[in-house]
Design a protein around this ligand. Structure first.
Ligand code: BDP
Length: 607
Protein backbone atom coordinates (compact mmCIF):
# COMPACT_ATOMS: atom_id res chain seq x y z
CA UNK A 1 0.00 0.00 0.00
CA UNK A 2 1.26 3.50 -0.91
CA UNK A 3 2.71 5.58 1.94
CA UNK A 4 -0.01 8.15 2.51
CA UNK A 5 1.97 11.28 3.20
CA UNK A 6 -0.77 13.92 2.79
CA UNK A 7 -1.21 15.92 5.98
CA UNK A 8 -4.32 14.50 7.73
CA UNK A 9 -7.40 16.72 7.80
CA UNK A 10 -11.11 16.64 8.55
CA UNK A 11 -13.21 17.21 5.45
CA UNK A 12 -16.60 16.07 4.18
CA UNK A 13 -15.14 12.62 3.60
CA UNK A 14 -12.20 12.37 6.01
CA UNK A 15 -11.83 12.10 9.75
CA UNK A 16 -8.86 12.49 12.08
CA UNK A 17 -8.62 11.25 15.66
CA UNK A 18 -5.73 12.68 17.67
CA UNK A 19 -4.11 10.17 20.01
CA UNK A 20 -1.95 12.76 21.83
CA UNK A 21 -1.97 12.54 25.61
CA UNK A 22 -0.53 10.22 28.23
CA UNK A 23 0.74 6.94 26.82
CA UNK A 24 2.08 3.96 28.76
CA UNK A 25 5.87 3.86 28.59
CA UNK A 26 8.59 1.42 29.53
CA UNK A 27 12.36 1.20 29.09
CA UNK A 28 13.74 -2.11 27.88
CA UNK A 29 16.98 -2.10 29.88
CA UNK A 30 17.64 -5.79 29.33
CA UNK A 31 16.60 -5.80 25.68
CA UNK A 32 14.00 -8.48 26.36
CA UNK A 33 10.77 -6.62 25.57
CA UNK A 34 9.59 -8.89 22.78
CA UNK A 35 10.52 -12.04 24.67
CA UNK A 36 8.44 -10.74 27.57
CA UNK A 37 5.48 -9.98 25.33
CA UNK A 38 5.50 -6.18 25.56
CA UNK A 39 4.01 -6.07 22.06
CA UNK A 40 0.76 -7.43 23.55
CA UNK A 41 0.59 -4.70 26.17
CA UNK A 42 2.87 -3.23 28.84
CA UNK A 43 2.50 -4.57 32.37
CA UNK A 44 5.03 -2.43 34.21
CA UNK A 45 4.90 1.07 32.89
CA UNK A 46 4.95 4.74 33.73
CA UNK A 47 2.95 7.55 32.12
CA UNK A 48 4.60 9.48 29.31
CA UNK A 49 3.27 12.54 27.48
CA UNK A 50 3.05 12.26 23.69
CA UNK A 51 4.27 14.20 21.81
CA UNK A 52 7.56 14.84 23.64
CA UNK A 53 11.03 13.45 24.13
CA UNK A 54 11.12 11.20 27.18
CA UNK A 55 14.63 12.22 28.28
CA UNK A 56 14.19 15.46 30.20
CA UNK A 57 11.35 14.30 32.47
CA UNK A 58 13.71 12.02 34.38
CA UNK A 59 15.80 13.10 37.35
CA UNK A 60 18.36 10.28 37.03
CA UNK A 61 21.14 10.09 34.48
CA UNK A 62 20.51 6.49 33.48
CA UNK A 63 17.03 7.29 32.20
CA UNK A 64 17.85 10.66 30.67
CA UNK A 65 20.76 9.26 28.66
CA UNK A 66 19.02 5.97 27.85
CA UNK A 67 20.02 4.35 24.60
CA UNK A 68 18.21 1.29 23.30
CA UNK A 69 14.59 0.18 22.96
CA UNK A 70 11.70 1.97 24.63
CA UNK A 71 8.05 0.89 24.42
CA UNK A 72 4.89 2.98 24.19
CA UNK A 73 1.26 1.88 24.37
CA UNK A 74 -2.06 3.59 23.70
CA UNK A 75 -5.61 2.37 23.18
CA UNK A 76 -8.41 3.67 20.98
CA UNK A 77 -12.03 2.87 20.32
CA UNK A 78 -12.81 1.81 16.74
CA UNK A 79 -16.21 3.01 15.59
CA UNK A 80 -18.06 0.52 13.39
CA UNK A 81 -18.92 3.30 10.93
CA UNK A 82 -15.28 3.05 9.85
CA UNK A 83 -15.82 -0.48 8.52
CA UNK A 84 -16.13 0.48 4.88
CA UNK A 85 -13.27 3.01 5.11
CA UNK A 86 -9.50 2.86 5.28
CA UNK A 87 -8.12 3.32 8.77
CA UNK A 88 -4.48 4.29 9.13
CA UNK A 89 -2.36 5.28 12.08
CA UNK A 90 -0.11 8.16 11.12
CA UNK A 91 3.04 8.60 13.19
CA UNK A 92 4.31 12.14 12.63
CA UNK A 93 7.82 11.52 14.03
CA UNK A 94 9.35 8.68 16.07
CA UNK A 95 13.03 8.72 17.04
CA UNK A 96 14.53 7.01 15.29
CA UNK A 97 13.55 3.44 14.36
CA UNK A 98 9.99 2.34 15.01
CA UNK A 99 8.20 -1.02 15.03
CA UNK A 100 4.41 -1.00 15.31
CA UNK A 101 1.97 -3.65 16.61
CA UNK A 102 -1.81 -3.31 16.70
CA UNK A 103 -3.74 -5.79 18.85
CA UNK A 104 -0.54 -7.83 19.14
CA UNK A 105 0.05 -8.09 15.38
CA UNK A 106 3.30 -6.71 14.02
CA UNK A 107 2.49 -4.37 11.12
CA UNK A 108 5.31 -2.02 10.26
CA UNK A 109 8.95 -0.99 10.66
CA UNK A 110 10.21 2.48 9.78
CA UNK A 111 13.74 3.88 9.97
CA UNK A 112 13.71 7.69 9.70
CA UNK A 113 12.65 9.50 12.83
CA UNK A 114 11.87 12.91 11.39
CA UNK A 115 9.42 11.88 8.68
CA UNK A 116 5.85 10.67 9.12
CA UNK A 117 4.66 7.22 8.16
CA UNK A 118 1.23 5.62 7.94
CA UNK A 119 0.25 2.11 8.90
CA UNK A 120 -2.95 0.68 7.47
CA UNK A 121 -4.83 -1.26 10.16
CA UNK A 122 -8.03 -2.36 8.35
CA UNK A 123 -7.26 -6.05 8.76
CA UNK A 124 -6.51 -6.04 12.45
CA UNK A 125 -9.14 -3.68 13.89
CA UNK A 126 -11.73 -4.89 16.39
CA UNK A 127 -14.75 -2.68 15.59
CA UNK A 128 -16.88 -1.36 18.42
CA UNK A 129 -14.14 -2.36 20.80
CA UNK A 130 -10.99 -1.02 22.41
CA UNK A 131 -7.86 -1.61 20.29
CA UNK A 132 -4.26 -1.45 21.43
CA UNK A 133 -1.29 0.20 19.66
CA UNK A 134 2.20 -0.72 20.85
CA UNK A 135 5.31 0.96 19.42
CA UNK A 136 8.91 -0.01 20.04
CA UNK A 137 11.42 2.78 19.39
CA UNK A 138 15.17 2.47 19.16
CA UNK A 139 17.46 5.51 19.36
CA UNK A 140 20.84 3.83 18.72
CA UNK A 141 22.87 5.59 16.04
CA UNK A 142 25.44 4.09 13.72
CA UNK A 143 27.02 4.88 10.37
CA UNK A 144 23.87 3.88 8.49
CA UNK A 145 21.29 5.93 10.39
CA UNK A 146 20.32 9.52 9.65
CA UNK A 147 21.76 11.15 11.74
CA UNK A 148 25.05 9.23 12.18
CA UNK A 149 26.89 8.38 15.35
CA UNK A 150 28.20 5.62 17.57
CA UNK A 151 27.77 4.39 21.09
CA UNK A 152 30.00 3.34 23.94
CA UNK A 153 29.32 0.52 26.39
CA UNK A 154 29.99 1.42 30.02
CA UNK A 155 31.33 -1.00 32.64
CA UNK A 156 27.81 -1.69 33.93
CA UNK A 157 26.67 -2.64 30.41
CA UNK A 158 24.78 0.59 29.70
CA UNK A 159 25.13 2.15 26.29
CA UNK A 160 25.67 5.87 25.86
CA UNK A 161 25.48 7.82 22.64
CA UNK A 162 28.59 9.35 21.04
CA UNK A 163 27.04 11.27 18.15
CA UNK A 164 29.07 12.72 15.28
CA UNK A 165 27.06 15.92 15.68
CA UNK A 166 26.36 18.67 18.16
CA UNK A 167 22.85 18.23 19.49
CA UNK A 168 21.40 15.96 22.14
CA UNK A 169 20.24 12.60 20.80
CA UNK A 170 16.70 12.94 22.09
CA UNK A 171 14.32 10.00 21.73
CA UNK A 172 10.62 9.25 21.93
CA UNK A 173 7.36 9.83 20.13
CA UNK A 174 8.28 13.45 19.46
CA UNK A 175 5.36 14.31 17.20
CA UNK A 176 1.62 13.55 17.18
CA UNK A 177 0.10 10.17 16.44
CA UNK A 178 -3.31 10.29 14.73
CA UNK A 179 -5.87 7.89 13.36
CA UNK A 180 -6.77 8.87 9.82
CA UNK A 181 -10.02 7.58 8.38
CA UNK A 182 -10.35 7.98 4.62
CA UNK A 183 -12.81 6.66 2.02
CA UNK A 184 -11.89 3.62 -0.06
CA UNK A 185 -12.07 5.81 -3.15
CA UNK A 186 -9.58 8.43 -2.15
CA UNK A 187 -6.87 10.87 -3.03
CA UNK A 188 -3.43 9.55 -2.14
CA UNK A 189 -1.11 12.27 -3.36
CA UNK A 190 -1.14 15.73 -4.98
CA UNK A 191 1.72 17.52 -6.73
CA UNK A 192 1.66 21.19 -7.71
CA UNK A 193 4.01 23.18 -9.89
CA UNK A 194 3.55 26.84 -10.75
CA UNK A 195 4.37 28.92 -13.79
CA UNK A 196 4.05 32.70 -14.02
CA UNK A 197 2.38 34.15 -17.10
CA UNK A 198 1.69 37.65 -18.36
CA UNK A 199 -1.91 37.38 -17.19
CA UNK A 200 -1.21 35.67 -13.86
CA UNK A 201 -0.20 32.07 -13.27
CA UNK A 202 -0.76 28.48 -14.27
CA UNK A 203 -0.60 25.73 -11.66
CA UNK A 204 0.10 22.31 -13.11
CA UNK A 205 -1.40 19.66 -10.84
CA UNK A 206 -1.19 15.92 -10.65
CA UNK A 207 -3.42 13.82 -8.38
CA UNK A 208 -3.05 10.12 -7.62
CA UNK A 209 -6.13 8.41 -6.32
CA UNK A 210 -7.36 4.90 -5.70
CA UNK A 211 -10.79 3.50 -6.53
CA UNK A 212 -13.70 4.95 -8.47
CA UNK A 213 -14.54 8.49 -9.51
CA UNK A 214 -13.34 11.49 -11.48
CA UNK A 215 -10.97 14.10 -10.09
CA UNK A 216 -12.03 17.77 -9.95
CA UNK A 217 -9.79 20.62 -8.93
CA UNK A 218 -10.84 24.10 -7.82
CA UNK A 219 -8.98 27.13 -6.51
CA UNK A 220 -10.46 29.79 -4.24
CA UNK A 221 -8.95 33.12 -3.26
CA UNK A 222 -8.97 34.48 0.29
CA UNK A 223 -12.39 36.09 -0.25
CA UNK A 224 -13.82 32.70 -1.15
CA UNK A 225 -14.17 33.45 -4.89
CA UNK A 226 -13.58 30.51 -7.21
CA UNK A 227 -10.70 31.65 -9.42
CA UNK A 228 -9.91 28.47 -11.38
CA UNK A 229 -11.13 24.94 -11.96
CA UNK A 230 -10.27 21.90 -13.99
CA UNK A 231 -10.99 18.18 -14.15
CA UNK A 232 -8.92 15.06 -14.62
CA UNK A 233 -6.11 13.55 -12.58
CA UNK A 234 -3.74 16.09 -14.02
CA UNK A 235 -4.27 19.45 -15.62
CA UNK A 236 -3.77 23.17 -15.44
CA UNK A 237 -5.32 25.75 -13.16
CA UNK A 238 -5.03 29.15 -14.70
CA UNK A 239 -5.46 32.15 -12.41
CA UNK A 240 -5.70 35.74 -13.65
CA UNK A 241 -3.99 38.58 -11.77
CA UNK A 242 -2.52 36.11 -9.32
CA UNK A 243 -1.54 37.40 -5.90
CA UNK A 244 1.83 35.75 -5.58
CA UNK A 245 3.38 34.34 -2.43
CA UNK A 246 6.10 36.87 -1.65
CA UNK A 247 8.79 36.89 1.03
CA UNK A 248 7.19 38.05 4.33
CA UNK A 249 4.05 38.90 2.40
CA UNK A 250 2.37 35.59 1.83
CA UNK A 251 -0.87 35.06 -0.03
CA UNK A 252 -2.34 31.56 0.15
CA UNK A 253 -4.86 30.11 -2.25
CA UNK A 254 -7.29 27.42 -1.14
CA UNK A 255 -7.00 24.43 -3.51
CA UNK A 256 -9.82 21.89 -3.33
CA UNK A 257 -9.48 18.45 -4.88
CA UNK A 258 -12.52 16.20 -5.12
CA UNK A 259 -13.22 12.71 -6.34
CA UNK A 260 -16.77 12.67 -7.71
CA UNK A 261 -19.04 9.95 -9.10
CA UNK A 262 -22.40 11.17 -10.41
CA UNK A 263 -23.68 13.50 -7.71
CA UNK A 264 -21.62 11.92 -4.95
CA UNK A 265 -18.45 13.39 -3.53
CA UNK A 266 -16.37 10.30 -2.78
CA UNK A 267 -13.40 12.23 -1.39
CA UNK A 268 -12.33 15.80 -0.76
CA UNK A 269 -8.94 17.25 0.22
CA UNK A 270 -7.72 20.84 0.66
CA UNK A 271 -4.32 22.42 0.20
CA UNK A 272 -3.72 25.98 1.39
CA UNK A 273 -0.59 27.12 -0.31
CA UNK A 274 1.15 29.97 -2.04
CA UNK A 275 1.93 30.38 -5.72
CA UNK A 276 5.53 31.31 -6.48
CA UNK A 277 8.51 30.25 -8.53
CA UNK A 278 12.09 29.75 -7.42
CA UNK A 279 15.19 29.81 -9.66
CA UNK A 280 18.88 30.45 -9.56
CA UNK A 281 20.36 32.79 -12.15
CA UNK A 282 24.06 33.57 -11.97
CA UNK A 283 24.81 34.41 -8.36
CA UNK A 284 21.22 35.32 -7.51
CA UNK A 285 18.35 33.31 -6.00
CA UNK A 286 15.08 34.44 -7.55
CA UNK A 287 11.61 34.20 -6.05
CA UNK A 288 9.02 35.18 -8.66
CA UNK A 289 11.93 36.27 -10.88
CA UNK A 290 13.22 38.78 -8.30
CA UNK A 291 16.44 38.40 -6.31
CA UNK A 292 15.99 37.74 -2.58
CA UNK A 293 18.44 38.04 0.29
CA UNK A 294 18.09 35.52 3.12
CA UNK A 295 18.19 36.94 6.68
CA UNK A 296 17.64 34.51 9.50
CA UNK A 297 18.78 31.55 11.48
CA UNK A 298 19.79 27.97 11.71
CA UNK A 299 17.45 26.54 14.33
CA UNK A 300 16.66 23.41 16.29
CA UNK A 301 13.44 21.90 17.49
CA UNK A 302 14.59 22.12 21.08
CA UNK A 303 13.01 23.40 24.28
CA UNK A 304 12.97 22.87 28.02
CA UNK A 305 11.15 19.74 29.25
CA UNK A 306 9.83 18.58 25.86
CA UNK A 307 13.32 18.23 24.32
CA UNK A 308 12.87 17.69 20.61
CA UNK A 309 9.10 17.23 21.07
CA UNK A 310 6.59 19.03 18.89
CA UNK A 311 5.64 22.22 20.69
CA UNK A 312 3.34 24.54 18.78
CA UNK A 313 3.48 27.23 21.45
CA UNK A 314 7.28 27.42 21.23
CA UNK A 315 7.06 27.45 17.43
CA UNK A 316 4.62 30.36 17.55
CA UNK A 317 6.86 32.34 19.91
CA UNK A 318 9.87 31.62 17.67
CA UNK A 319 8.11 33.09 14.65
CA UNK A 320 7.22 36.22 16.63
CA UNK A 321 10.86 36.59 17.72
CA UNK A 322 12.20 35.98 14.22
CA UNK A 323 9.84 38.65 12.87
CA UNK A 324 10.92 41.02 15.65
CA UNK A 325 14.53 40.54 14.48
CA UNK A 326 13.56 41.33 10.89
CA UNK A 327 14.39 37.79 9.73
CA UNK A 328 12.81 36.31 6.61
CA UNK A 329 14.19 32.76 6.60
CA UNK A 330 15.50 29.75 8.51
CA UNK A 331 17.09 26.39 7.88
CA UNK A 332 15.56 23.27 9.41
CA UNK A 333 18.95 22.29 10.80
CA UNK A 334 19.61 19.38 11.16
CA UNK A 335 16.49 17.36 10.26
CA UNK A 336 13.04 17.85 8.73
CA UNK A 337 10.87 19.86 11.15
CA UNK A 338 7.28 19.27 12.15
CA UNK A 339 4.88 19.96 9.29
CA UNK A 340 3.01 22.48 11.46
CA UNK A 341 6.15 24.65 11.50
CA UNK A 342 6.20 24.66 7.70
CA UNK A 343 2.52 25.58 7.71
CA UNK A 344 3.36 28.59 9.90
CA UNK A 345 6.22 29.54 7.58
CA UNK A 346 3.86 29.26 4.60
CA UNK A 347 1.48 31.79 6.20
CA UNK A 348 4.20 34.12 7.47
CA UNK A 349 6.09 34.21 4.17
CA UNK A 350 9.34 32.76 5.53
CA UNK A 351 11.88 31.19 3.18
CA UNK A 352 12.74 27.71 4.41
CA UNK A 353 15.85 25.70 3.61
CA UNK A 354 14.56 22.18 4.20
CA UNK A 355 17.30 19.92 5.55
CA UNK A 356 17.55 16.15 5.74
CA UNK A 357 18.83 14.46 8.90
CA UNK A 358 22.04 13.69 6.98
CA UNK A 359 24.28 15.09 9.69
CA UNK A 360 27.33 13.47 11.24
CA UNK A 361 28.71 12.14 7.97
CA UNK A 362 32.15 13.01 9.24
CA UNK A 363 33.69 10.85 11.90
CA UNK A 364 34.14 13.31 14.70
CA UNK A 365 32.27 14.31 17.80
CA UNK A 366 33.59 17.85 17.56
CA UNK A 367 33.09 18.56 13.88
CA UNK A 368 33.94 22.21 13.61
CA UNK A 369 36.92 21.94 15.96
CA UNK A 370 38.35 18.83 14.33
CA UNK A 371 37.83 20.07 10.80
CA UNK A 372 39.75 23.22 11.66
CA UNK A 373 42.67 21.20 13.04
CA UNK A 374 45.00 20.67 10.11
CA UNK A 375 47.07 18.03 11.91
CA UNK A 376 44.18 15.73 12.55
CA UNK A 377 43.71 12.90 10.07
CA UNK A 378 39.95 12.64 9.71
CA UNK A 379 38.99 9.14 8.62
CA UNK A 380 36.99 9.40 5.43
CA UNK A 381 33.32 8.69 6.00
CA UNK A 382 32.36 7.82 2.46
CA UNK A 383 35.16 5.27 2.00
CA UNK A 384 33.37 2.79 4.23
CA UNK A 385 31.64 -0.17 2.53
CA UNK A 386 28.68 0.05 4.86
CA UNK A 387 28.15 3.65 3.75
CA UNK A 388 28.38 2.75 0.08
CA UNK A 389 25.94 -0.14 0.44
CA UNK A 390 23.50 0.70 3.21
CA UNK A 391 23.69 4.35 4.26
CA UNK A 392 23.23 5.49 0.68
CA UNK A 393 19.93 3.61 0.40
CA UNK A 394 18.66 5.07 3.67
CA UNK A 395 19.69 8.49 2.45
CA UNK A 396 17.92 8.08 -0.91
CA UNK A 397 14.78 6.88 0.86
CA UNK A 398 14.98 9.96 3.11
CA UNK A 399 15.13 12.16 -0.01
CA UNK A 400 12.02 10.43 -1.41
CA UNK A 401 10.15 10.88 1.86
CA UNK A 402 11.13 14.52 2.33
CA UNK A 403 10.29 15.60 -1.20
CA UNK A 404 6.99 13.76 -1.04
CA UNK A 405 6.08 15.37 2.30
CA UNK A 406 7.15 18.94 1.56
CA UNK A 407 6.92 19.36 -2.23
CA UNK A 408 3.86 21.64 -2.24
CA UNK A 409 4.94 24.23 0.32
CA UNK A 410 5.76 27.56 -1.29
CA UNK A 411 7.89 28.38 1.77
CA UNK A 412 10.25 25.49 1.01
CA UNK A 413 12.58 27.14 -1.48
CA UNK A 414 15.71 25.04 -1.17
CA UNK A 415 16.83 21.53 -0.17
CA UNK A 416 19.81 20.98 2.09
CA UNK A 417 20.85 17.40 1.46
CA UNK A 418 23.65 17.14 4.06
CA UNK A 419 25.05 19.16 6.94
CA UNK A 420 28.85 19.31 7.12
CA UNK A 421 29.62 16.01 5.41
CA UNK A 422 33.15 14.87 4.78
CA UNK A 423 33.27 16.28 1.26
CA UNK A 424 36.98 16.93 1.03
CA UNK A 425 39.03 13.99 2.26
CA UNK A 426 38.45 11.41 -0.50
CA UNK A 427 36.88 10.98 -3.94
CA UNK A 428 34.51 8.37 -2.51
CA UNK A 429 31.99 11.05 -1.68
CA UNK A 430 31.48 11.86 -5.38
CA UNK A 431 29.27 8.93 -6.50
CA UNK A 432 27.35 9.10 -3.22
CA UNK A 433 26.59 12.81 -3.59
CA UNK A 434 25.72 12.46 -7.26
CA UNK A 435 23.05 9.87 -6.45
CA UNK A 436 21.52 12.04 -3.72
CA UNK A 437 21.56 15.26 -5.76
CA UNK A 438 20.23 13.58 -8.91
CA UNK A 439 17.37 11.85 -7.14
CA UNK A 440 16.31 15.10 -5.51
CA UNK A 441 16.22 16.86 -8.87
CA UNK A 442 14.32 14.03 -10.49
CA UNK A 443 11.64 13.94 -7.76
CA UNK A 444 11.07 17.64 -7.21
CA UNK A 445 8.89 18.94 -10.04
CA UNK A 446 9.52 22.50 -8.84
CA UNK A 447 13.30 21.94 -9.29
CA UNK A 448 14.20 23.88 -6.17
CA UNK A 449 17.90 24.63 -5.71
CA UNK A 450 19.89 21.92 -3.90
CA UNK A 451 22.86 22.31 -1.65
CA UNK A 452 24.71 21.04 1.42
CA UNK A 453 26.16 23.00 4.33
CA UNK A 454 29.94 23.14 3.84
CA UNK A 455 32.25 22.67 6.82
CA UNK A 456 35.47 24.71 6.75
CA UNK A 457 37.54 21.88 5.24
CA UNK A 458 35.18 21.98 2.23
CA UNK A 459 36.62 25.10 0.66
CA UNK A 460 36.85 26.04 -3.04
CA UNK A 461 40.18 24.25 -3.33
CA UNK A 462 39.33 21.01 -1.54
CA UNK A 463 35.60 20.41 -1.82
CA UNK A 464 35.00 17.62 -4.30
CA UNK A 465 31.26 18.00 -4.71
CA UNK A 466 30.36 21.70 -4.59
CA UNK A 467 29.87 21.59 -8.35
CA UNK A 468 26.62 19.73 -7.65
CA UNK A 469 25.22 22.61 -5.60
CA UNK A 470 22.94 25.21 -7.14
CA UNK A 471 23.74 27.49 -4.20
CA UNK A 472 26.82 27.26 -1.96
CA UNK A 473 25.96 27.10 1.76
CA UNK A 474 28.82 27.86 4.16
CA UNK A 475 29.19 27.12 7.88
CA UNK A 476 32.15 29.23 9.02
CA UNK A 477 33.70 29.91 12.41
CA UNK A 478 36.72 32.13 11.66
CA UNK A 479 37.01 34.14 14.89
CA UNK A 480 35.63 31.37 17.04
CA UNK A 481 36.99 27.85 16.50
CA UNK A 482 39.97 29.27 14.70
CA UNK A 483 41.66 32.62 15.07
CA UNK A 484 39.41 33.64 17.95
CA UNK A 485 39.75 36.49 20.43
CA UNK A 486 42.79 38.65 19.84
CA UNK A 487 43.11 37.21 16.31
CA UNK A 488 39.66 38.41 15.19
CA UNK A 489 41.08 40.91 12.65
CA UNK A 490 43.18 38.15 11.06
CA UNK A 491 40.16 35.89 11.09
CA UNK A 492 38.30 38.43 8.97
CA UNK A 493 41.18 38.59 6.50
CA UNK A 494 41.01 34.81 6.16
CA UNK A 495 37.21 34.92 5.73
CA UNK A 496 37.50 37.63 3.11
CA UNK A 497 40.17 35.68 1.22
CA UNK A 498 38.07 32.52 1.16
CA UNK A 499 35.02 34.42 -0.07
CA UNK A 500 37.01 35.92 -2.91
CA UNK A 501 37.62 32.35 -4.10
CA UNK A 502 33.93 31.44 -3.87
CA UNK A 503 32.99 34.66 -5.73
CA UNK A 504 34.83 33.30 -8.79
CA UNK A 505 32.52 30.28 -9.01
CA UNK A 506 29.63 32.48 -10.08
CA UNK A 507 26.96 30.88 -7.88
CA UNK A 508 24.98 32.42 -5.01
CA UNK A 509 26.78 31.88 -1.69
CA UNK A 510 24.91 31.82 1.56
CA UNK A 511 26.04 31.65 5.18
CA UNK A 512 24.10 28.90 6.90
CA UNK A 513 26.20 29.11 10.09
CA UNK A 514 28.44 31.68 11.78
CA UNK A 515 28.40 32.57 15.46
CA UNK A 516 30.02 32.41 18.87
CA UNK A 517 29.13 30.83 22.19
CA UNK A 518 28.31 33.26 24.95
CA UNK A 519 26.61 33.33 28.28
CA UNK A 520 23.68 35.66 28.96
CA UNK A 521 24.91 38.36 31.32
CA UNK A 522 28.64 37.90 30.68
CA UNK A 523 30.10 41.13 29.25
CA UNK A 524 33.53 42.79 29.27
CA UNK A 525 35.42 45.73 27.77
CA UNK A 526 37.33 45.06 25.61
CA UNK A 527 35.35 42.02 24.52
CA UNK A 528 36.67 38.53 25.18
CA UNK A 529 35.44 35.22 23.86
CA UNK A 530 32.30 33.90 25.60
CA UNK A 531 30.97 37.42 26.33
CA UNK A 532 27.78 38.73 24.81
CA UNK A 533 29.59 41.73 23.34
CA UNK A 534 32.17 39.48 21.63
CA UNK A 535 29.27 37.88 19.75
CA UNK A 536 28.08 41.35 18.69
CA UNK A 537 31.56 42.39 17.52
CA UNK A 538 32.01 39.15 15.61
CA UNK A 539 28.64 39.53 13.86
CA UNK A 540 29.32 43.16 12.92
CA UNK A 541 32.64 42.17 11.38
CA UNK A 542 31.14 39.28 9.43
CA UNK A 543 28.43 41.59 8.09
CA UNK A 544 31.01 44.11 6.86
CA UNK A 545 32.64 41.30 4.90
CA UNK A 546 29.31 40.02 3.53
CA UNK A 547 28.41 43.50 2.32
CA UNK A 548 31.64 43.66 0.29
CA UNK A 549 31.01 40.39 -1.60
CA UNK A 550 28.45 40.52 -4.36
CA UNK A 551 27.88 36.75 -4.36
CA UNK A 552 26.78 36.57 -0.69
CA UNK A 553 23.03 36.24 -0.88
CA UNK A 554 22.16 35.26 2.64
CA UNK A 555 23.11 35.25 6.28
CA UNK A 556 21.70 32.71 8.70
CA UNK A 557 23.27 33.00 12.13
CA UNK A 558 24.04 29.95 14.24
CA UNK A 559 21.84 29.56 16.26
CA UNK A 560 18.45 31.09 16.89
CA UNK A 561 18.49 29.87 20.51
CA UNK A 562 20.79 28.04 22.92
CA UNK A 563 20.16 24.31 22.68
CA UNK A 564 20.93 21.05 24.42
CA UNK A 565 23.92 18.96 23.31
CA UNK A 566 25.91 16.02 24.59
CA UNK A 567 27.96 17.27 27.53
CA UNK A 568 31.65 17.98 27.03
CA UNK A 569 34.48 20.40 27.57
CA UNK A 570 33.39 22.80 24.83
CA UNK A 571 29.74 22.88 25.92
CA UNK A 572 28.37 24.60 29.05
CA UNK A 573 25.06 22.76 29.58
CA UNK A 574 24.52 22.87 25.83
CA UNK A 575 25.53 25.04 22.90
CA UNK A 576 25.35 28.72 23.83
CA UNK A 577 25.53 30.27 20.37
CA UNK A 578 21.89 31.29 20.63
CA UNK A 579 20.85 34.83 19.79
CA UNK A 580 18.18 33.97 22.35
CA UNK A 581 18.61 31.76 25.39
CA UNK A 582 16.88 28.39 25.48
CA UNK A 583 13.93 30.08 27.23
CA UNK A 584 13.97 32.71 24.49
CA UNK A 585 15.42 35.75 26.29
CA UNK A 586 17.29 38.06 23.89
CA UNK A 587 21.04 38.39 24.20
CA UNK A 588 22.79 41.61 23.14
CA UNK A 589 23.25 40.26 19.62
CA UNK A 590 19.48 40.03 19.13
CA UNK A 591 19.30 43.83 19.21
CA UNK A 592 22.19 44.13 16.76
CA UNK A 593 20.54 41.74 14.30
CA UNK A 594 17.24 43.59 14.62
CA UNK A 595 19.01 46.86 13.86
CA UNK A 596 20.66 45.41 10.75
CA UNK A 597 17.88 43.24 9.38
CA UNK A 598 15.07 45.76 9.72
CA UNK A 599 17.13 48.07 7.54
CA UNK A 600 18.08 45.42 4.92
CA UNK A 601 15.26 44.97 2.39
CA UNK A 602 14.25 41.44 1.36
CA UNK A 603 15.60 42.21 -2.09
CA UNK A 604 18.93 43.58 -0.82
CA UNK A 605 21.57 43.22 -3.59
CA UNK A 606 18.98 42.99 -6.39
CA UNK A 607 20.68 44.07 -9.58
C1 BDP B 1 28.71 23.12 13.15
C2 BDP B 1 27.47 22.25 13.15
C3 BDP B 1 26.44 22.61 14.21
C4 BDP B 1 27.14 22.96 15.49
C5 BDP B 1 28.03 24.16 15.26
C6 BDP B 1 28.76 24.59 16.53
O1 BDP B 1 26.84 22.22 11.88
O2 BDP B 1 25.54 21.56 14.37
O3 BDP B 1 26.25 23.15 16.56
O4 BDP B 1 29.00 23.85 14.30
O5 BDP B 1 29.85 24.10 16.76
O6 BDP B 1 29.80 22.29 13.06
O7 BDP B 1 28.21 25.38 17.29
Amino acid sequence: MANKMLYPQNTLTRQVVDLSGMWKFSFDFEDKGEERGYQNGLKDYIDMPVPSSFNDFFTDKKSKEYLGDVWYEQTFYADKSWKNKDVDIRFFGCLIKATVWVNGIKLHYHNNGFIPFSVNINDVINYDKINTIVVKLNNILDNTTLPCGEYKVLKDGRKICTPYFDFFNYGGLIRPVKLVITPKDSIIDITLNHELTKQGSITHYDVSHIGRGQVYAEVYDQQGNKVAFSNGTSGELEILNTKLWEVRNAYLYHFVFKVIEGNNVLDEYYLDCGIRTVNVEGNRILINNKAVYFKGFGKHEDADFTGRGYNLAVAKRDFELMKWCGANSFRTSHYPYSEEILQLAEKEGFLVIDELAAVGMLKSTRNAVDAANKNLKVESFFEQDIVKNITINNHLEAVRELVQRDKNYACVVMWSLFNEPDAASSDDCIPYFEKVFNLCKELDVQKRPRSFAHIIASNPKHSKVSYLCDVIMLNRYYGWYLMGGAELEDAMIALDAELSEWDKIGKPVMFTEYGTDNYLGLTKIPAVMWTENYQVEYLEKYHEVFDRHDSIMGEQVWNFADFQTTEGIIRADGNKKGIFTRDRRPKMAAFELRRRWLSLPNDYKRK
